[in-house]
Write a new protein. Structure first.
Length: 401
Protein backbone atom coordinates (compact mmCIF):
# COMPACT_ATOMS: atom_id res chain seq x y z
CA UNK A 1 0.00 0.00 0.00
CA UNK A 2 1.34 3.42 -0.90
CA UNK A 3 0.60 5.61 2.14
CA UNK A 4 0.92 8.81 0.13
CA UNK A 5 -1.97 7.97 -2.21
CA UNK A 6 -4.53 7.23 0.47
CA UNK A 7 -6.28 9.82 2.58
CA UNK A 8 -6.26 7.64 5.70
CA UNK A 9 -4.29 4.76 7.17
CA UNK A 10 -5.36 2.02 9.56
CA UNK A 11 -3.32 1.87 12.74
CA UNK A 12 -3.51 -1.06 15.17
CA UNK A 13 -2.48 0.13 18.62
CA UNK A 14 -1.84 -3.41 19.89
CA UNK A 15 -2.29 -6.98 18.65
CA UNK A 16 -4.75 -7.74 21.42
CA UNK A 17 -7.09 -4.83 20.83
CA UNK A 18 -7.11 -5.08 17.01
CA UNK A 19 -8.91 -1.77 16.59
CA UNK A 20 -8.29 0.95 14.06
CA UNK A 21 -7.81 4.68 14.01
CA UNK A 22 -8.32 6.84 10.96
CA UNK A 23 -5.39 9.21 10.59
CA UNK A 24 -4.01 11.34 7.82
CA UNK A 25 -0.66 10.23 6.35
CA UNK A 26 2.42 11.73 7.98
CA UNK A 27 3.83 13.68 5.03
CA UNK A 28 0.44 14.93 3.88
CA UNK A 29 -0.46 16.21 7.35
CA UNK A 30 2.82 18.04 7.91
CA UNK A 31 2.79 19.66 4.48
CA UNK A 32 -0.80 20.82 4.91
CA UNK A 33 -0.09 22.11 8.41
CA UNK A 34 3.06 23.93 7.30
CA UNK A 35 1.15 25.60 4.49
CA UNK A 36 -1.82 26.42 6.70
CA UNK A 37 0.32 28.16 9.33
CA UNK A 38 2.87 29.50 6.82
CA UNK A 39 5.65 27.81 8.75
CA UNK A 40 8.01 25.66 6.62
CA UNK A 41 9.74 24.32 9.74
CA UNK A 42 6.69 22.17 10.54
CA UNK A 43 7.49 19.92 7.57
CA UNK A 44 10.63 18.81 9.43
CA UNK A 45 8.82 18.01 12.69
CA UNK A 46 8.22 14.46 13.81
CA UNK A 47 4.51 14.14 14.57
CA UNK A 48 2.97 11.07 16.16
CA UNK A 49 -0.17 9.44 14.82
CA UNK A 50 -2.24 11.05 17.56
CA UNK A 51 -0.70 14.48 16.96
CA UNK A 52 -1.59 14.19 13.28
CA UNK A 53 -5.21 13.57 14.27
CA UNK A 54 -5.22 16.69 16.45
CA UNK A 55 -3.51 18.64 13.64
CA UNK A 56 -6.77 18.36 11.69
CA UNK A 57 -8.28 20.76 14.25
CA UNK A 58 -5.67 23.49 13.71
CA UNK A 59 -7.12 26.55 11.99
CA UNK A 60 -5.29 29.08 9.85
CA UNK A 61 -5.20 32.37 11.83
CA UNK A 62 -5.31 34.41 8.60
CA UNK A 63 -8.59 32.75 7.62
CA UNK A 64 -10.34 33.52 10.90
CA UNK A 65 -13.01 36.19 10.76
CA UNK A 66 -11.59 39.60 11.59
CA UNK A 67 -9.80 40.95 14.61
CA UNK A 68 -10.68 43.15 17.55
CA UNK A 69 -11.76 45.99 15.27
CA UNK A 70 -14.57 43.85 13.85
CA UNK A 71 -16.09 43.28 17.32
CA UNK A 72 -18.55 45.97 18.32
CA UNK A 73 -18.39 47.27 21.88
CA UNK A 74 -16.52 45.50 24.69
CA UNK A 75 -13.81 48.16 24.58
CA UNK A 76 -12.60 47.58 28.14
CA UNK A 77 -12.52 43.80 27.74
CA UNK A 78 -10.73 44.02 24.38
CA UNK A 79 -8.05 46.30 25.79
CA UNK A 80 -7.34 44.07 28.76
CA UNK A 81 -7.45 40.87 26.70
CA UNK A 82 -4.99 42.37 24.21
CA UNK A 83 -2.58 43.23 27.00
CA UNK A 84 -2.91 39.84 28.69
CA UNK A 85 -3.01 37.52 25.69
CA UNK A 86 -2.02 39.03 22.37
CA UNK A 87 1.01 41.08 23.37
CA UNK A 88 2.81 38.29 25.29
CA UNK A 89 2.12 35.78 22.49
CA UNK A 90 3.25 38.21 19.81
CA UNK A 91 6.28 39.56 21.64
CA UNK A 92 7.34 37.03 24.29
CA UNK A 93 10.81 38.57 24.35
CA UNK A 94 9.39 41.67 26.03
CA UNK A 95 8.11 39.62 28.97
CA UNK A 96 10.58 36.78 29.46
CA UNK A 97 13.32 39.14 30.64
CA UNK A 98 11.21 41.01 33.19
CA UNK A 99 10.62 38.31 35.79
CA UNK A 100 8.12 35.50 36.18
CA UNK A 101 5.12 37.62 37.15
CA UNK A 102 5.11 39.67 33.97
CA UNK A 103 3.72 36.99 31.67
CA UNK A 104 0.42 36.06 30.12
CA UNK A 105 -1.95 33.79 32.04
CA UNK A 106 -2.09 30.26 30.69
CA UNK A 107 -5.87 30.22 30.78
CA UNK A 108 -8.68 32.66 29.98
CA UNK A 109 -12.41 32.12 30.38
CA UNK A 110 -15.06 34.07 28.49
CA UNK A 111 -18.55 33.64 29.88
CA UNK A 112 -21.89 35.28 29.30
CA UNK A 113 -25.18 35.04 27.45
CA UNK A 114 -25.28 33.30 24.04
CA UNK A 115 -24.34 35.40 21.04
CA UNK A 116 -22.36 38.07 22.87
CA UNK A 117 -19.03 37.51 21.06
CA UNK A 118 -17.09 35.02 23.19
CA UNK A 119 -15.95 32.90 20.25
CA UNK A 120 -15.19 36.01 18.21
CA UNK A 121 -12.84 37.22 20.95
CA UNK A 122 -10.98 33.91 20.92
CA UNK A 123 -10.59 34.07 17.15
CA UNK A 124 -9.45 37.69 17.37
CA UNK A 125 -6.71 36.66 19.82
CA UNK A 126 -5.51 33.97 17.42
CA UNK A 127 -5.59 36.29 14.42
CA UNK A 128 -3.91 39.24 16.12
CA UNK A 129 -1.21 37.13 17.78
CA UNK A 130 -0.55 34.83 14.82
CA UNK A 131 -0.61 31.81 17.15
CA UNK A 132 -1.58 28.32 16.06
CA UNK A 133 -5.28 27.97 16.88
CA UNK A 134 -6.34 24.45 17.95
CA UNK A 135 -10.13 24.37 17.91
CA UNK A 136 -10.56 21.41 20.24
CA UNK A 137 -13.79 19.46 19.83
CA UNK A 138 -14.88 16.70 22.16
CA UNK A 139 -15.74 14.43 19.24
CA UNK A 140 -12.04 14.45 18.35
CA UNK A 141 -11.03 13.22 21.79
CA UNK A 142 -13.73 10.64 22.40
CA UNK A 143 -12.84 7.05 21.54
CA UNK A 144 -14.63 3.89 22.57
CA UNK A 145 -11.39 2.02 23.29
CA UNK A 146 -9.92 2.39 26.75
CA UNK A 147 -6.89 4.66 26.94
CA UNK A 148 -7.14 6.10 23.42
CA UNK A 149 -8.85 9.32 24.56
CA UNK A 150 -6.10 9.92 27.10
CA UNK A 151 -3.48 9.56 24.36
CA UNK A 152 -5.35 12.09 22.24
CA UNK A 153 -5.45 14.54 25.17
CA UNK A 154 -1.70 14.11 25.57
CA UNK A 155 -1.31 14.79 21.85
CA UNK A 156 -3.20 18.07 22.19
CA UNK A 157 -0.60 19.50 24.54
CA UNK A 158 2.43 17.94 22.85
CA UNK A 159 1.31 19.35 19.48
CA UNK A 160 0.62 22.75 21.06
CA UNK A 161 4.14 22.67 22.49
CA UNK A 162 5.64 21.93 19.06
CA UNK A 163 3.57 24.62 17.33
CA UNK A 164 4.01 27.27 20.02
CA UNK A 165 2.90 29.99 20.24
CA UNK A 166 -0.39 28.12 20.42
CA UNK A 167 -3.96 28.61 21.58
CA UNK A 168 -6.14 25.68 22.64
CA UNK A 169 -9.74 26.82 22.35
CA UNK A 170 -12.63 24.88 23.90
CA UNK A 171 -16.09 26.20 23.12
CA UNK A 172 -18.88 25.22 25.53
CA UNK A 173 -16.14 24.13 27.92
CA UNK A 174 -18.63 23.17 30.63
CA UNK A 175 -19.79 20.23 28.51
CA UNK A 176 -16.32 18.69 28.78
CA UNK A 177 -14.85 19.93 32.06
CA UNK A 178 -17.95 20.24 34.19
CA UNK A 179 -17.86 19.62 37.94
CA UNK A 180 -17.04 16.06 38.86
CA UNK A 181 -19.67 14.06 40.71
CA UNK A 182 -20.48 10.60 41.94
CA UNK A 183 -22.38 9.77 38.75
CA UNK A 184 -19.39 10.28 36.44
CA UNK A 185 -18.05 7.20 34.71
CA UNK A 186 -14.46 6.13 35.31
CA UNK A 187 -13.18 6.81 31.75
CA UNK A 188 -14.66 10.32 31.84
CA UNK A 189 -13.01 11.05 35.21
CA UNK A 190 -9.71 9.73 33.88
CA UNK A 191 -9.96 11.95 30.81
CA UNK A 192 -10.52 15.07 32.90
CA UNK A 193 -7.66 14.17 35.22
CA UNK A 194 -5.35 13.63 32.26
CA UNK A 195 -6.28 17.00 30.81
CA UNK A 196 -5.67 18.85 34.07
CA UNK A 197 -2.40 17.04 34.76
CA UNK A 198 -1.01 17.90 31.34
CA UNK A 199 -2.27 21.45 31.68
CA UNK A 200 -0.29 21.84 34.86
CA UNK A 201 2.69 20.30 33.15
CA UNK A 202 2.56 23.01 30.50
CA UNK A 203 2.27 25.69 33.14
CA UNK A 204 5.55 24.67 34.74
CA UNK A 205 7.46 26.00 31.71
CA UNK A 206 6.63 29.69 31.58
CA UNK A 207 8.75 30.22 28.48
CA UNK A 208 6.40 28.16 26.30
CA UNK A 209 3.71 30.51 24.91
CA UNK A 210 0.66 28.25 25.14
CA UNK A 211 -2.76 29.46 26.24
CA UNK A 212 -6.03 27.63 26.90
CA UNK A 213 -9.17 29.62 26.10
CA UNK A 214 -12.60 28.53 27.22
CA UNK A 215 -16.03 29.91 26.34
CA UNK A 216 -19.10 29.07 28.37
CA UNK A 217 -22.72 30.06 28.89
CA UNK A 218 -22.75 28.26 32.26
CA UNK A 219 -19.48 28.98 34.12
CA UNK A 220 -21.01 27.78 37.40
CA UNK A 221 -21.08 24.24 35.99
CA UNK A 222 -17.30 24.13 35.60
CA UNK A 223 -15.16 22.06 37.91
CA UNK A 224 -13.47 24.24 40.58
CA UNK A 225 -10.11 22.75 39.60
CA UNK A 226 -10.67 23.99 36.04
CA UNK A 227 -11.62 27.46 37.25
CA UNK A 228 -8.33 27.59 39.13
CA UNK A 229 -6.52 26.90 35.88
CA UNK A 230 -8.45 29.72 34.20
CA UNK A 231 -7.29 32.54 36.49
CA UNK A 232 -8.50 35.40 34.30
CA UNK A 233 -12.23 35.33 33.66
CA UNK A 234 -14.13 37.88 31.60
CA UNK A 235 -17.88 38.34 31.58
CA UNK A 236 -19.09 39.19 28.09
CA UNK A 237 -22.45 40.88 28.76
CA UNK A 238 -25.28 41.84 26.46
CA UNK A 239 -24.45 45.08 24.64
CA UNK A 240 -25.76 48.38 25.90
CA UNK A 241 -27.25 51.12 23.67
CA UNK A 242 -23.91 52.58 22.59
CA UNK A 243 -22.43 49.14 21.98
CA UNK A 244 -25.48 48.09 19.95
CA UNK A 245 -25.05 51.23 17.84
CA UNK A 246 -21.43 50.31 17.24
CA UNK A 247 -22.37 46.75 16.27
CA UNK A 248 -25.07 47.99 13.90
CA UNK A 249 -22.61 50.38 12.24
CA UNK A 250 -20.17 47.52 11.65
CA UNK A 251 -22.91 45.27 10.28
CA UNK A 252 -24.42 47.86 7.94
CA UNK A 253 -21.32 49.68 6.69
CA UNK A 254 -21.22 47.71 3.42
CA UNK A 255 -24.98 47.37 2.89
CA UNK A 256 -27.23 49.36 0.54
CA UNK A 257 -28.85 51.49 3.24
CA UNK A 258 -30.97 54.62 2.94
CA UNK A 259 -28.97 56.82 5.29
CA UNK A 260 -31.70 59.45 5.31
CA UNK A 261 -34.22 56.95 6.64
CA UNK A 262 -32.21 54.57 8.81
CA UNK A 263 -31.24 55.99 12.21
CA UNK A 264 -28.74 53.71 13.92
CA UNK A 265 -29.19 55.34 17.33
CA UNK A 266 -32.95 54.77 17.13
CA UNK A 267 -32.40 51.14 16.18
CA UNK A 268 -30.00 50.70 19.08
CA UNK A 269 -32.59 52.09 21.48
CA UNK A 270 -35.34 49.84 20.09
CA UNK A 271 -33.30 46.63 20.34
CA UNK A 272 -32.91 46.38 24.09
CA UNK A 273 -32.01 42.83 25.10
CA UNK A 274 -30.58 41.88 21.70
CA UNK A 275 -27.17 40.21 21.60
CA UNK A 276 -24.66 40.83 18.85
CA UNK A 277 -25.81 37.64 17.15
CA UNK A 278 -29.45 38.75 17.40
CA UNK A 279 -28.60 42.09 15.83
CA UNK A 280 -26.88 40.34 12.93
CA UNK A 281 -29.92 38.17 12.27
CA UNK A 282 -32.24 41.17 12.54
CA UNK A 283 -30.16 43.09 9.98
CA UNK A 284 -30.10 40.03 7.75
CA UNK A 285 -33.88 39.88 7.84
CA UNK A 286 -34.12 43.61 7.07
CA UNK A 287 -31.87 43.53 4.00
CA UNK A 288 -33.85 40.56 2.68
CA UNK A 289 -37.07 42.59 2.45
CA UNK A 290 -36.07 44.59 -0.69
CA UNK A 291 -35.30 41.28 -2.41
CA UNK A 292 -38.66 39.90 -1.39
CA UNK A 293 -40.39 42.99 -2.79
CA UNK A 294 -39.18 42.32 -6.33
CA UNK A 295 -39.85 38.58 -6.31
CA UNK A 296 -42.64 37.90 -8.82
CA UNK A 297 -44.91 35.66 -6.80
CA UNK A 298 -46.98 33.41 -9.13
CA UNK A 299 -50.74 33.85 -9.22
CA UNK A 300 -51.30 30.36 -7.84
CA UNK A 301 -48.94 31.07 -4.93
CA UNK A 302 -46.76 28.04 -5.67
CA UNK A 303 -43.07 28.53 -4.98
CA UNK A 304 -42.24 25.76 -7.45
CA UNK A 305 -43.30 28.00 -10.32
CA UNK A 306 -41.43 31.08 -9.07
CA UNK A 307 -39.28 32.58 -11.83
CA UNK A 308 -36.07 33.32 -9.90
CA UNK A 309 -34.12 33.96 -13.09
CA UNK A 310 -36.08 37.16 -13.72
CA UNK A 311 -34.86 38.75 -10.47
CA UNK A 312 -32.24 41.44 -11.10
CA UNK A 313 -30.08 42.96 -8.36
CA UNK A 314 -30.38 46.36 -10.02
CA UNK A 315 -34.06 46.36 -9.10
CA UNK A 316 -33.38 46.17 -5.36
CA UNK A 317 -34.28 49.33 -3.51
CA UNK A 318 -32.33 50.63 -0.54
CA UNK A 319 -33.09 49.31 2.92
CA UNK A 320 -35.25 51.69 4.91
CA UNK A 321 -36.12 52.16 8.55
CA UNK A 322 -39.49 50.48 8.05
CA UNK A 323 -37.69 47.31 6.96
CA UNK A 324 -35.92 47.13 10.31
CA UNK A 325 -39.21 47.56 12.14
CA UNK A 326 -40.59 44.58 10.24
CA UNK A 327 -37.42 42.60 10.91
CA UNK A 328 -37.64 43.27 14.65
CA UNK A 329 -41.07 41.66 14.71
CA UNK A 330 -39.63 38.53 13.10
CA UNK A 331 -36.32 38.33 14.97
CA UNK A 332 -36.62 38.50 18.73
CA UNK A 333 -33.86 38.40 21.36
CA UNK A 334 -32.39 34.97 21.97
CA UNK A 335 -34.79 32.76 23.90
CA UNK A 336 -37.77 35.11 23.79
CA UNK A 337 -39.54 33.22 21.01
CA UNK A 338 -39.02 29.90 22.80
CA UNK A 339 -40.26 31.35 26.10
CA UNK A 340 -43.35 32.84 24.46
CA UNK A 341 -44.09 29.50 22.82
CA UNK A 342 -43.66 27.69 26.13
CA UNK A 343 -46.09 30.06 27.85
CA UNK A 344 -48.68 29.65 25.09
CA UNK A 345 -48.34 25.88 25.19
CA UNK A 346 -48.69 25.89 28.96
CA UNK A 347 -51.80 28.05 28.84
CA UNK A 348 -53.31 25.86 26.13
CA UNK A 349 -52.59 22.72 28.16
CA UNK A 350 -54.35 24.19 31.19
CA UNK A 351 -57.39 25.19 29.14
CA UNK A 352 -57.54 21.75 27.54
CA UNK A 353 -57.23 20.00 30.90
CA UNK A 354 -60.20 21.94 32.24
CA UNK A 355 -62.46 20.39 29.62
CA UNK A 356 -61.43 16.74 30.00
CA UNK A 357 -63.54 14.24 32.00
CA UNK A 358 -60.49 13.36 34.09
CA UNK A 359 -60.10 16.96 35.13
CA UNK A 360 -63.81 17.32 35.91
CA UNK A 361 -63.80 14.14 38.04
CA UNK A 362 -60.74 15.33 39.90
CA UNK A 363 -62.32 18.73 40.51
CA UNK A 364 -65.57 17.12 41.76
CA UNK A 365 -63.63 14.82 44.07
CA UNK A 366 -61.70 17.77 45.52
CA UNK A 367 -64.97 19.68 46.01
CA UNK A 368 -66.67 16.80 47.86
CA UNK A 369 -63.60 16.31 50.01
CA UNK A 370 -63.56 19.99 50.97
CA UNK A 371 -67.28 19.86 51.80
CA UNK A 372 -66.84 16.83 54.02
CA UNK A 373 -63.95 18.53 55.80
CA UNK A 374 -65.88 21.78 56.26
CA UNK A 375 -68.15 22.77 59.16
CA UNK A 376 -71.55 22.36 57.47
CA UNK A 377 -70.95 19.08 55.76
CA UNK A 378 -68.58 17.41 58.22
CA UNK A 379 -69.47 13.80 58.87
CA UNK A 380 -69.67 12.96 62.61
CA UNK A 381 -66.77 10.92 63.91
CA UNK A 382 -67.08 7.97 66.29
CA UNK A 383 -65.03 5.22 67.80
CA UNK A 384 -64.20 2.06 65.86
CA UNK A 385 -67.16 -0.24 65.43
CA UNK A 386 -69.65 2.59 65.40
CA UNK A 387 -71.55 4.00 62.43
CA UNK A 388 -72.39 7.66 61.73
CA UNK A 389 -70.82 8.60 65.04
CA UNK A 390 -73.26 6.58 67.25
CA UNK A 391 -72.19 3.88 69.60
CA UNK A 392 -72.95 0.29 68.55
CA UNK A 393 -76.29 -1.09 67.40
CA UNK A 394 -75.29 -0.58 63.82
CA UNK A 395 -75.57 3.17 64.23
CA UNK A 396 -79.15 3.21 65.57
CA UNK A 397 -79.55 5.26 68.75
CA UNK A 398 -80.47 3.53 72.05
CA UNK A 399 -80.42 0.16 70.37
CA UNK A 400 -83.61 0.84 68.45
CA UNK A 401 -84.31 0.27 64.82
Amino acid sequence: MNSFTYSHLLVFSSPSSCHTLLITPRAQTKEALAKKLNRPDIARMDLTAYERMIAEEVLDPDQLDGGFDTIGGLEQQKREIFELAVLPLKRPDLFNKRGRLLSSPKGLLFYGAPGTGKTMLAKAIARESGAAFINLRMSTLMNKYFGESNKLVAAVFSLAYKLAPSIIFIDEIESFLRARGGNDEAPWISLKAEFMTLWDGVLTDSAVPIMVLGASNRPYDLDPAILRRLPRQFEIPLPGPSERAHILQLLLKEEHIDLQSVKVERLAADTDGYSGSDLKEMCRAAVMIPIRDVMPMPANGSLNTLDVESIQSADFRMVKMADFHVAMKRVKPTGHAAQDYQQREGAQAVNTARMTPAFMNAALSMFLHSVMQGGGGQAPQGPPGSANGHDGNNGWPNGTR
